[in-house]
Design a protein around this ligand. Structure first.
Ligand code: NAP
Length: 454
């Protein structure tokens, strides 16, 4: 590394994919001048790769090998268990860094805004995903799996992940790194039918084809799609012309509609053109009332669901709203409530949408562009942000040394989880996994993680 005077100190906030890709781009762009602190609220790195990617999709998680290279770089310090807003303020960061890259993702979920949404047995898919992936904040989530039918609202990849976890056997899931508490609860699951419901048609579904196809290959569940709901109109066909994913999705759905059920213990149904209007129940959810839709061209392009006035009620003792993640505001950082992102221009944070740049402040990943795309999408996104940062004149911080950050954190009583701590925890988790024939057995509670490595 260069002498202190030539070093550019950057804080990257959030150690998910966008944070790692931003750090990597900073190392490449700044070379020997780079000094990056990768700051993460939880002790463990990798964000949604650890807490979002489904446990039966281990291959996708192998991307962490690249992130580990970044963690091992001497120009990078990992400061886990340090939270912006709790242990450090934005003003603190301005004092100690030339620039700050916010890569905090979209930590919460979109709501439906319909009656009964908060009945016991109704929850967001994002909470359920966090629960079965051992996220420390969701270990106590109540998931009443003594249900016969689960309805999953939304036709994106998260809906598919949730469905697979509900449909697979405990033996299948037991080979993964699913949370022990979730495996135990799923052992007693009485769920037989899982109904995925889209408000628009099959051509408008957000699934990626590879993920959709997996629903037809489940050992423990038959797939059901109605021929009549696949009768997409001219407008939908025109809208997806040239869209390989949507076209292939239609082919897969048509295959599903032709598949003969084999009498497997569970059934996955995919339904379309139904908008949730209300959840009904007593001490728990019992059914979902849907309004039937038809599609109509929007003035600005695309197709909108329009109510026909007819309704359909589906029994369900378990309901997951899987209608997307949602960004939340950070103290002192501009936030656009309407779009749920930090207003920005190519990653440069703006005071308001279309307004002046906030010097030294940048955004990457979902908090920059919204909760869309796959893990790799964040690479190009982070590279764009870092290109903006490297082209700018950065403010000069008053105390740019790493030691000053350490002293501040110590004074605040923070207990940073270092890359060495993570390496120890990682080794413990994978060793526990190896002896159980699993990729890893995750620790869940933050206190336990801290106690285990110290
Ligand atoms: P998503 O792909 O944006 O899908 C959200 C779904 O919710 C859409 O079908 C949307 O329908 C529907 N929706 C939104 N508001 C609704 C409402 N009020 N009522 C009924 N339906 C509503 O979101 P996601 O599934 O949460 O996934 C987030 C991102 O992570 C995606 O980019 C996804 O591909 C990615 N991901 C990838 C993988 C993987 O690669 N294996 C796994 C999980 C997630 P409209 O289209 O009509 O708005």
């Amino acid at each position: 590394m260069e002498s202190d005077a030539n070093v550019t100190r950057i804080a990257v906030i959030g150690a998910g994919p966008a944070g790692f890709y931003a750090t990597d781009a900073l190392l490449k762009g700044l070379g020997d001048r780079a000094s990056v602190d990768l700051i993460e609220r939880l002790p463990t790195p990798y964000g949604l790769v650890r807490f979002g990617v489904a446990p039966d999709h281990q291959k996708i998680k192998s991307v962490t090998r690249l992130y580990d290279r970044t963690l091992a770089d001497p120009r990078v310090r990992y400061l886990g268990n340090v939270e912006l807003g709790r242990d450090l303020s934005l003003d603190d960061l301005r004092r100690h860094y030339h620039a700050v890259v916010l890569a905090v993702g979209s930590p919460t979920d979109r709501r439906l805004g319909i009656p009964g949404e908060d009945l016991p047995g109704s929850m967001s898919a994002t909470e359920f995903v966090a629960w079965y992936n051992s996220h420390p904040d969701f270990q106590d989530l109540a998931v009443p799996l003594d249900a016969k039918t689960a309805v999953v609202i939304g036709v994106g990849n998260v809906a598919i992940d949730v469905t697979r976890v509900l449909a697979k056997t405990v033996a299948e899931l037991g080979e993964t790194d699913i949370a022990d508490h979730a495996l135990e609860r799923l052992r007693g699951s009485t769920v037989e039918d899982i109904v995925i419901v889209g408000r628009r048609g099959p051509a408008e579904a957000k699934f990626t084809t590879k993920e959709l196809r997996e629903l037809g290959e489940l050992a423990n569940a038959d797939i059901f799609v109605r021929e009549d709901e696949l009768d997409v109109g001219e407008a939908s066909l025109a809208a997806i012309a040239g869209d390989v994913n949507a076209t292939k999705n239609l082919e897969v759905l048509r295959d599903f509609a032709r598949q003969r059920p084999e009498g497997k213990p569970r059934r996955v149904h995919i339904r379309f053109l139904l908008s949730p209007l209300a959840l009904r129940g007593d001490e728990r959810v019992r059914s979902v009332v849907f309004g039937k839709n038809r599609l109509e061209g929007r003035p600005g392009g695309g197709l909108a669901a329009v109510a026909t006035g007819e309704t359909e009620e589906l029994n369900a003792e378990l309901v997951f709203r899987s209608v997307g993640y949602q960004g939340t505001p950070l103290a002192g950082v501009p936030f656009d409530e309407r779009s749920g992102v930090v207003p920005n221009d190519a990653g440069r944070v703006l005071e308001v949408r279309g307004g002046a740049q906030v010097p030294g402040l940048y955004a990457a990943g979902w908090i920059k562009r919204g909760p869309s795309g796959v893990i790799g999408t964040n690479k190009a996104c982070a590279m764009e942000t870092v290109a903006s940062l490297l082209a700018d004149d950065l403010p000069t911080p008053s105390e740019p040394s790493p030691e000053a950050v350490d002293a501040l954190l110590a004074a605040r009583g923070a207990r940073p989880f270092t890359a060495a701590d993570w390496a120890r925890l990682d080794a413990l988790e994978t060793a526990a996994g190896a002896s159980a024939g699993r990729p890893r057995v995750k620790l869940v509670a933050v206190d336990e993680m801290l106690a285990t490595v110290r």
